[in-house]
Design a protein around this ligand. Structure first.
Ligand code: ADQ
Length: 484
């Protein structure tokens, strides 16, 4: 068996060039990078993807250094020009596929030049893969920016084993069929031997689209494409449970000394206003995450249950994301205003209802936030999985804490003991916040025990292993199919 080649749009690292012309390397933020990193670190794999910086922004004299930094982590850079980033990444990936697959049809744009760039960049990735590919290697392609890649690789290397995993929802065929390039996208995905989704529903939506649009017959979870069999299945992604557990334990034993403003706020909470309960909200700033409605619901909660004023605080962290896309800029503005309005309306001398941070932050702070919060409020309108929900539960070493989770997140299918809400039902959210704040500790522990057991078992390692094992099994069915 050869090596595994992981391919995703972004590498798990981000390159920046500082003002004094130094190469800076930081880890990428986001579900895919966090999840796959542990699989990559432990195995015999190489990872192909973009470094997060435009080709033109790397000075010629630093190119070798960038390459060397990337290579240290067994990664291979694909370089993208600013124009490609604009049309392929901000364009087709994030203004067409992302909103469409999350049911935001009013945000979905269809531009032919974005589609052309999408094809061209997928081809670029295919070339980077094929250059490093041996026949016995296994290729694992990730996510919605590279939907055409499995087919592009297959055309160049017909015999290679290819897996594809979609990290975001796959929408109902009624929504998917609105895409002008729907046939090409499905054919692109069907270049893989195995196509994975977080949930059974996404898988069924995909197969239904294949059936309706390409008129191919579905045989439970497989489809014959020419002389090949393509299988699909659901693989709910887990987290690196041990890592979060250990970090939470270490943190408890010795809180770090970093003097950031988030840290100062948390210290203030712990030592000065410790009777105030803390509700946590963490996401990339994205319209699919339901952040604006979450703030509105919190404001409504303070109004409906005024006895909680000065007794509870929402700590909200939004990580900047896709800041070039207009909807994200508008959302940022909306959130700034909403936070201002609620703080303006309810704040007292001793109490600000919402602490809001718009930035990325070190892992330590993330752990501090998880371990300090009584409730995690996660209310996406659509979310492929949502790893934050799982990370919150994993870090609760004393098993207290309540997770409020939207039923529209893939994670809701597994985390049955969380308080599950419909993100559009304000009354329900508000009453569930109250329920969470008043839940007896024994009940919190009873629920979290079960959740933790499941998360420990179905961790990211198991997810990757299950996927790779199923991918390996497709080799046998390939042989059997040929023999018929
Ligand atoms: P995302 O939309 O990025 O992922 P999510 O699954 O919640 O969403 O993952 C976010 C990750 O970023 C978490 O691992 C979290 O620890 C990390 N993170 C969040 N805020 C951070 C911060 N301020 N600083 C540092 N790290 C931070 C996409 C899909 C999801 C799917 C994942 C994985 O949209 O639905 O769960 O991929 O498949």
């Amino acid at each position: 068996m050869g090596k595994t080649i992981i391919i995703s749009n972004r590498l798990p690292l981000q390159i920046n060039i500082s003002e004094n012309n130094k190469v800076e390397v930081t880890p990428s933020v986001g579900g895919l990078a966090t999840g796959l990193k542990s699989f990559h670190q432990e195995g015999d794999s190489i990872w192909i993807g973009w470094t997060g910086i435009a080709e033109e922004d790397i000075p010629a004299e630093l190119e070798d250094e960038v390459e060397a930094e990337v290579k240290k982590q067994r990664c291979v850079p694909v370089s993208l020009t600013s124009e490609e980033i604009e049309k392929f990444y901000y364009g087709f990936s994030n203004r067409t596929i992302w909103p469409l697959f999350h049911y935001f049809m009013e945000y979905t744009e269809f531009h032919n030049e974005h589609w052309e760039a999408y094809k061209q960049v997928n081809e670029k990735y295919a070339e980077a893969v094929v250059e490093r590919l041996n026949d016995d290697d296994v290729v694992w392609v990730h996510d919605y920016q590279l939907l055409l890649l499995p087919d592009y690789i297959r055309r160049k290397k017909p015999k290679v084993t290819i897996g594809f995993f979609n990290h975001i929802p796959f929408p109902s065929s009624e929504v998917f069929r609105t895409l002008p390039w729907r046939e090409e996208v499905l054919k692109g995905m069907l270049g893989a031997d195995l196509i994975g989704f977080h949930t059974y529903d996404y898988e069924r939506h995909f197969l239904r689209s294949v059936n309706r649009i390409l008129r191919l017959d579905i045989n439970f979870n497989s489809v014959n494409v020419g002389n090949r069999v393509v299988r699909s299945d659901s693989f709910p992604m887990g987290i690196d449970y041990k890592k979060f557990r250990k970090a939470a334990k270490d943190h408890k034993a010795q809180p770090r000394s970093e003097n950031s403003d988030i840290q100062k706020k948390l210290d203030y909470h712990k030592y000065v206003t410790r009777n105030t309960k803390l509700i946590l909200s963490i996401d990339r700033l994205d319209y699919t995450k339901g952040i604006a409605n979450r703030i509105r619901a919190f404001g409504y909660f303070l109004e409906k249950y005024p006895e909680y004023q000065e007794k509870v605080r929402l700590i909200m962290l939004a990580v900047p994301s896709r800041t070039n896309v207009p909807q994200y800029q508008l959302l940022k503005k909306e959130i700034d205003e909403l936070v201002g309005r609620i703080n303006g309306k309810f704040a007292t001398i001793n109490w600000t209802p919402i602490w809001y941070f718009y930035r990325s932050m070190p892992f330590d702070n993330l752990i501090d936030l998880y371990t300090s919060s009584n409730v995690a409020l996660i209310t996406p309108t659509r979310d492929g999985m949502n790893l934050v929900a799982k990370e919150y539960i994993a870090t609760r070493t004393d098993q207290t804490g309540v997770l409020i989770l939207s039923e529209m997140a893939g994670a809701a299918h597994e985390l049955n003991e969380a308080l599950i809400i419909n993100p559009n039902n304000f009354e329900q959210i508000v009453d569930t916040i109250k329920l969470a704040l008043e839940m007896p500790e024994e009940e919190q522990i009873r629920r979290n025990k079960l959740l933790q057991k499941r998360l420990k078992r179905y961790n990211v390692e198991k997810w990757a292993k299950d996927f790779m094992k199923s991918l390996d099994n497709t080799k046998d069915s390939k042989k059997a199919f040929k023999a018929i």
